[in-house]
Design a protein around this ligand. Structure first.
Ligand code: FES
Length: 164
């Protein structure tokens, strides 16, 4: 059966009319033509489909769009401010944090949410009142986003820079 879902995507109110079994990932790509979000495994294992829902990152392939009534969704298309890349996006460019680029939208959304977690004081490592996010913790917190090109070191470098 078809279902109508209203949600906010990158600051715009949208209505998605789709089969009730449609994933958020397919709704973004097929119904809304937001193809920046990528489908890798479609099984919750690679993170290519990561988007930010109500401030939290999720694998959009594992979530039905019908379950997102009223939610606030940010995709890679919503990270820049017009033509101006976000500091994290700039850091990805500076540090060559991609090769083929297929995982990049998911990496960016995941790391954007991670930086918000840091702002919210969620990292576990605090020293002298200052939040210290070790490379190891960044790797741990980014472990849901696979990169088959193995650009992990550069991705971590970019996140470290953006977090500074
Ligand atoms: Fe969703 Fe791989 S496509 S985790």
């Amino acid at each position: 059966p078809m279902h109508s879902t209203q949600l906010t995507i990158n600051g715009r109110r949208e209505t998605v009319n789709a089969d009730i079994r449609t994933t958020l990932l397919d709704a973004l790509r097929e119904n809304l033509n937001l193809t920046g979000t990528k489908k890798g495994c479609d099984q919750g294992q690679c993170g290519a489909c990561t988007v930010i829902v109500n401030g939290r990152r999720i694998n959009s392939c594992l979530s039905l769009v019908a379950s997102h009534e009223g939610d606030d969704v940010v995709t890679v298309e919503g990270l820049a401010d017009g033509e101006a890349l976000s500091p994290l996006q700039r850091a990805f460019v500076t540090h060559d944090a991609f090769q083929c680029g297929y995982c990049t939208p998911g990496q960016l959304c995941s790391a954007t949410a991670l930086l918000k977690e840091i702002e919210a004081g969620e990292p576990s490592v605090v020293s002298n009142g200052e939040i210290i996010l070790s490379e190891e913790e960044i790797r741990e917190r980014m472990s849901g986003n696979l990169c088959r090109c193995g650009a992990y070191n550069n991705i971590v470098d970019a996140i470290v820079e953006a977090a500074a």
